[in-house]
Write a protein that binds this ligand. Structure first.
Ligand SMILES: *[C@@H]1O[C@H](CO)[C@@H](O)[C@H](O)[C@H]1NC(C)=O
Ligand SMILES: *[C@@H]1O[C@H](CO)[C@@H](O)[C@H](O)[C@H]1NC(C)=O
Ligand SMILES: *[C@@H]1O[C@H](CO)[C@@H](O)[C@H](O)[C@H]1NC(C)=O
Ligand SMILES: *[C@@H]1O[C@H](CO)[C@@H](O)[C@H](O)[C@H]1NC(C)=O
Length: 188
């Protein structure tokens, strides 16, 4: 009788363990759903490229390499470094939500494309920390999905996808505005 109870007891424990294990595997698999991010931020990035009469301090980016001659007509090899204003509102005169620092380098031989690396630094009452976005930026697409590869601070170990869209592009003032729809699927 005693033995039976002990066997039942261990069986019970075994089943409990199995349940906990399968549940956590299931939960890990289920937690990522495209339409259910654990955090979402819509931000606007403002960039003024230094050229012509648009110089520093107002300019927020500059070319640091020259395009390679004879390698297509898509600025291949040209690299820009930036320190851009990021706001919640599309208006560039609205309060700063973050700084976007990083670079992009044109890497398309026969189409417009660049490798885009952005670190968003937040230092506000809402968030402190960083989010890093790194991926290919295909100019042929109206919206481009780039991976959010990691984060720190309030975004510790974050991962997700950001959808970029060029909202405004003004060649006369060498200004462009980018809408960033950041969806995080891993939040800790
Ligand atoms: C720069 O400014 C000068 C003088 O204000 C003007 O003549 C010239 O057209 C401007 N150039 C550009 C590229 O806007
Ligand atoms: C820089 O911005 C300020 C304020 O918006 C403006 O008054 C000034 O003319 C700008 N300078 C240049 C070089 O664009
Ligand atoms: C963040 O903001 C606080 C308060 O405005 C300031 O004291 C601090 O230097 C800022 N930190 C960074 C890294 O910008
Ligand atoms: C960019 O997007 C266009 C349109 O969908 C596609 O044809 C092209 O192959 C893409 N470029 C790269 C490098 O994937």
């Amino acid at each position: 009788m005693r033995r039976l109870t002990a066997e039942k007891f261990s069986l019970f424990f075994f089943l409990l363990l199995l349940f906990v294990f399968s549940y956590s595997v299931l939960a890990a698999g289920k937690s990522i759903r495209r339409n259910k991010p654990c955090n979402r931020l819509v931000l606007h990035l403002h960039e003024i490229i230094r050229q012509g009469n648009y110089t520093f301090p107002n300019a927020t980016s500059a070319a640091v390499t020259k395009r390679v001659p004879g390698l297509g007509s898509f600025q291949f090899g040209e690299m820009y470094v930036f320190d851009n204003l990021v706001t919640r509102d599309a208006n560039p005169h609205s309060p700063q939500a973050a700084r976007a620092r990083g670079f992009y380098v044109y890497d398309g031989k026969d189409s417009g494309n660049d490798l885009y690396m952005i670190t968003l630094s937040f230092n506000s009452t809402e968030y402190t920390g960083t989010l890093t976005i790194l991926g290919t930026n295909n100019h042929s697409l109206k919206t481009r999905d780039l991976p959010v590869v990691g984060g720190t601070g309030d975004f510790f170990m974050a991962r997700g996808v950001t959808t970029l869209e060029v909202d405004v592009i003004d060649f006369t003032t060498s200004y462009f505005r980018l809408k960033m729809d950041i969806k995080l699927y891993e939040c800790y």
